[in-house]
Ligand binder design. Structure first.
Ligand code: NAP
Length: 244
């Protein structure tokens, strides 16, 4: 369909990205999904009639290949990201911080910069980036992830200022605890530790964040939701959690 809006979702092979791809497709978008694990990505794409394309946001060539294959883009959802480790700053490893910066910060920069001409060209473009409560509040053990998500928030704010007058909306959605593969990645594959993060409390589900993305994307184009903090009822701050 000529008039169908096209959405690109990064990190769509699991969690929030996968749920967002499905929700946007259900809302009428034609979705193009990017991630590194192609088997997982294809499953998600097949479930919502989307297109799966390999993408590593830490690799400039991969970003260039992914973006070159796109003709029109109306919505970019910068979702690829995550945390590695919970070591205190005194024990922080450079390689973990580099990975977090590469994925969360430079990944957002590369994707946004590459697609901006198409988003402006669409006449009604939109960038929605998944930040985090960790980009608003710092916590012990959060060092590299806090720094990266604070940087994401700064990048999104600058983008909003720089695009004033252009037909592109900019929004950052900051979730709190969402049960996805996030904690498994953060704890380097330790499923038991990852599971304990959500013990005794009810976290958000990926679909809750996807709902927020769709709501933001489907406001009239005169409305720019600049940012949104989305927490579970059981979470009142980055590390303030009610457990039963
Ligand atoms: P997740 O299930 O681990 O999903 C992360 C996604 O990012 C995966 O699809 C992964 O796909 C993709 N990804 C990672 N590195 C990538 C790279 N270099 N290039 C392309 N894709 C990459 O975790 P999630 O919770 O859904 O995380 C999604 C976003 O939400 C992240 O930005 C995260 O920081 C943010 N967030 C999560 C929470 C939470 O509690 N879960 C809270 C606040 C914010 P591949 O491995 O296949 O590439």
């Amino acid at each position: 369909m000529q008039d169908q809006r096209i959405a690109v979702v990064t990190g769509a092979s699991s969690g929030i990205g996968a749920a967002t791809a499905r929700a946007l497709a259900a809302a009428g978008y034609s979705v193009v999904l990017g991630a590194r694990r192609m088997d997982r990505l294809r499953e998600v794409a097949d479930s919502c009639g989307g297109v799966a394309r390999e993408l590593d946001v830490t690799d400039p060539d991969s970003v260039e290949r992914f973006c070159a294959a796109l003709d029109r883009v109306d919505l970019l959802v910068n979702n690829a990201g995550g945390a590695i480790g919970t070591e205190p700053i005194a024990e922080a490893r450079d390689e973990d911080w580099q990975r977090m910066y590469e994925t969360n910060v430079l990944g957002v920069l590369r994707m946004t910069r590459a697609l901006l001409p198409r988003l402006i060209g669409s006449g009604d473009g939109q960038v929605i980036t998944i930040g985090s409560v960790a980009g608003r509040e710092s916590y012990r053990g959060g060092g590299g992830y806090n720094a990266a998500k604070h940087a994401v928030a700064a990048v999104m704010r600058v983008l909003r200022l720089e695009l004033l007058g252009q037909p592109v909306r900019v929004c950052e959605i900051d979730p709190g605890m969402v049960e996805t593969e996030f904690s498994v990645v953060r704890y380097r594959g330790d499923e038991e530790r990852a599971h304990a993060v959500y013990e005794g409390m009810t976290p958000l589900e990926p679909e809750d964040v996807a709902d927020a993305v769709v709501w933001v994307a489907t406001r009239p184009s005169r409305v720019n939701v600049d940012s949104m903090l989305l927490l579970a009822r059981d979470q009142a701050g980055a590390q303030l959690v009610h457990r039963r």
